[in-house]
Write a protein that binds this ligand. Structure first.
Ligand code: ATP
Length: 317
């Protein structure tokens, strides 16, 4: 089963409780192919897990429920019913193992909502790990990963963590070798962005400019990004950051382009739209550069967070 020290708390008021966490991610590279007949875009991406986590507390209960605990983001508009990825994860594990889905989930959300950082996917991954322990269903990591892929393309990576290359829909993962840690400054937006809308805008742009753009290349991960990660070469990594969804995200939100430029002229080696946006991720040379950039962004009124990566995937806490 999962790695990490399992802590089971027996609380006379609440019953048995297990806690787990899973990280948000940034896509260091994200190449998007043309929409395929199955309705999905083939992608090739390099994920890095960052040290901002979704915490999931799973407590034995009479029925399945979910509540969000107070955290840095306003969760009041999130559905806590059957469409929520954490609820879907608990239901799927219950169905697959024949265990009743009797668990009360409590989530502390630290990954921005609809921010392009895989927060909902992290909720699902942490829920799988927590419920598997609570119910003593003892699935292998491989089995959990197969369930994760059914829940969403980014869920396997939230389980996996570290740095990985994702192909197919992003759920076919290969571990990448990494030396050291990288320093990031995140810039959050007040309003999230819809992932399907950003993909749709990319499709429309490609269609409109088909003649100028020519055929879309098969999505690939450039070799240089893997070299940069292996050699802890932050300058090379900065040159490799690339995201096919960045242009549509910037067209939809011009203020993101301004914020990117501000970061890049105030100490970031490079900045990138994270996944489908709108969170911006700035890569810094070292901790001192990250601190200075963070101060500069905050002084301009941006909502920021310093973070590091890679970190491990879903774990008990
Ligand atoms: P990704 O980067 O994987 O495309 P994201 O980080 O941009 O996703 P999420 O916050 O994971 O976005 O979720 C996007 C939408 O999914 C939300 O606006 C919400 O409607 C729905 N959703 C379902 N379950 C959750 C959850 N547990 N947390 C957040 N959003 C959820």
């Amino acid at each position: 089963a999962a790695t990490g020290a399992l802590r089971i708390v027996t609380d006379s008021a609440d019953g048995i409780r297990v806690t787990a966490r899973a990280p948000g991610k940034v896509n260091l590279t994200l190449a998007v192919g043309d929409l395929a007949a199955d309705g999905y875009h083939p992608i090739a991406t390099t994920f890095m897990a960052l040290d901002l986590y979704e915490d999931v507390e799973a407590t034995e209960a009479e029925e399945l429920s979910l509540e969000y605990l107070p955290g840095p983001f306003d969760t009041s508009r999130l559905d806590t019913g059957e469409t929520n990825l954490a609820i879907r994860a608990a239901r799927l594990l219950a169905e697959q193992t024949g265990h009743p889905a009797n668990v009360a989930l409590r989530i502390t959300k630290r990954v921005p909502i609809a921010g392009g950082m895989g927060g909902g996917s992290a909720d699902a991954a942490a829920t799988l790990v927590a419920c598997d322990a609570l119910w003593r269903t003892h699935l292998t990591r491989e089995d959990l990963c197969a369930l994760a892929a059914k829940l969403g393309s980014d869920v396997p990576f939230a389980l996996h963590g570290g740095v990985a290359v994702g192909t197919g829909r992003g759920d076919d993962l290969t571990c990448a070798l990494v030396e050291g840690r990288f320093e990031w400054v995140l810039r959050f937006s007040a309003e999230g962005m819809s992932t399907p809308q950003t993909y749709g805008a990319l499709d429309r742009h490609r269609l409109t400019f088909a003649e100028q753009l020519g055929p879309t290349p098969n999505p690939e991960v450039p070799e240089a990004v893997l070299t940069a990660l292996r050699n802890s070469d932050v300058r090379l990594l900065a040159e490799c950051l690339v995201n096919d969804l960045q242009a549509p995200a910037l067209r939809a939100r011009p203020e993101l382009a301004e914020a990117l430029e501000f970061g890049e002229t105030h100490g970031a080696l490079a900045g990138i739209v994270s996944g489908s946006g709108p969170t911006l991720a700035f890569l810094a040379e070292d901790a001192a550069a990250a601190a200075a950039l963070d101060r500069a962004l905050r002084a301009e009124g941006h909502h920021t967070l310093r973070t590091r990566g890679p970190v491990p995937g879903a774990l008990f806490t």
